[in-house]
Ligand binder design. Sequence first.
Ligand SMILES: Nc1nc2c(ncn2[C@@H]2O[C@H](COP(=O)(O)OP(=O)(O)OP(=O)(O)O)[C@@H](O)[C@H]2O)c(=O)[nH]1
Length: 313
Amino acid sequence: MEEKQGFFKRLVSGLSKTRDNIVFGMDSIFHGFTQINDDFYEELEETLIMGDLGVRTTMEIIENLKEKVRSEHIKEPAQCRQLLIDSIREQMHVGETAYEFENRTSVVFVIGVNGVGKTTTIGKLAGKLHAQGKKVVLAAADTFRAAAGEQLKEWANRSETEMIGGQEGADPASVVYDAVAAAKARKADVLLCDTAGRLHNKKNLMEELKKINRVIEREYPEAYRETLVVLDATTGQNALAQAKEFNEVAEITGVILTKMDGTAKGGIAVAIQSELGIPVKYIGVGERIEDLQKFDADEFVNALFYKTEEKEG
Ligand SMILES: Nc1nc2c(ncn2[C@@H]2O[C@H](COP(=O)(O)OP(=O)(O)OP(=O)(O)O)[C@@H](O)[C@H]2O)c(=O)[nH]1
């Protein structure tokens, strides 16, 4: 519980720019209008789009709000605040988010383009699992960039996990093959694979992932599978576009949104869950190991809309 409260506080302070962007704008609309009319809806719409909730999600939220206003005979703009919050919550609904891989022998693919914070995130995840007493093996299968392997090695040392790598340009599937052998030999709980993220050549990326998949299916069929895509929240709509593209080449089971601290674009979490129906499983709220946190949509909405008083605390 204490940890949860600590997390909530960090989430609240990390989201301050997102809140300034979305909530303060919204509240000035709720208080600035004396009646609910087209202008009122248009301004709300604009605020949500500016807050990176995405056009489609925003339209659905506004439609949903209009319906509630009609059916509940709402007359006061201020009464719409709660209805809007409820609509955002509903849009984010993706069912219960599972973290099965934490409890089973599993292989976790982590995908993401360069610069989004992929290596740091894998390091943090390895550290978290290690702290839970899990044996983790890292596969540096993003062999496209030599520095990525070195950087991952540093994180492996820091999180006291073992890393299996290859030469720059080595076949990622062969790195994964070696890593599977190591994971089996060490009776590892989780094999975390840093996989490629070159979206500009989707066909190659797809082939590469297929090849890696075949290795795992053949060599490690008993392992539970998870594919997480890492996205940089500060890139807003671009992150959403990346998620869509990755979803076309791989079966994405979750999203990790990095750099949620200090971005005004945190609304992207709503757009991702709403448009893709894929859960955001973790968010990065800083550069330290403990700054990778499980994401909870309800807490996220609460942190945005309710707990402003904790910001000062
Ligand atoms: N503030 C903040 N910075 C982060 C977060 N996650 C990663 N970073 C920083 O983002 C920068 C890029 O991270 P890397 O892990 O090198 O990302 P990357 O370039 O995707 O890694 P490669 O895919 O190997 O190229 C680093 O300076 C990280 O410390 C986060 O949640 N918050």
